[in-house]
Design a protein around this ligand. Structure first.
Ligand SMILES: [Zn+2]
Length: 101
């Protein structure tokens, strides 16, 4: 098992929190869509909810990959140019895989 840096520990718990929150939001969205579908015809709200759910799934995927990088190494290294990502950027967007450039 890799020894994690202090930054990685902190980011890991933040990513886990974000992931838990997003999963709850996603479950709520799906539950709301299902209950609407029981008594209403398809409406625009369903499309909005679907777009929102897709966006949440994308974020969850990004968070999952960031957690993988913390476990296997490479977290905080830009996937595009291989240089270290600034701590401020990781703090602002813990799941980011690329540097600002
Ligand atoms: Zn880069």
């Amino acid at each position: 098992m890799r020894v994690r840096t202090r930054l990685e520990w902190r980011q890991q718990s933040r990513l886990q929190d974000q992931s838990d929150r997003l999963r709850r939001t996603l479950a709520d969205l799906r539950a709301a869509a299902t209950s609407r579908a029981d008594y209403e015809p398809h409406d625009v709200t369903d499309d909005e909810a679907a777009v929102q759910a897709d966006a949440i799934e994308d974020r969850l995927a990004a968070i999952g990959k960031a957690l993988d990088r913390i476990n296997t190494g490479g977290y905080g290294i830009c996937l595009a140019c291989r240089s270290p990502i600034a701590d401020e950027r990781l703090d602002a967007v813990p799941a980011t895989a690329v540097c600002r450039d």
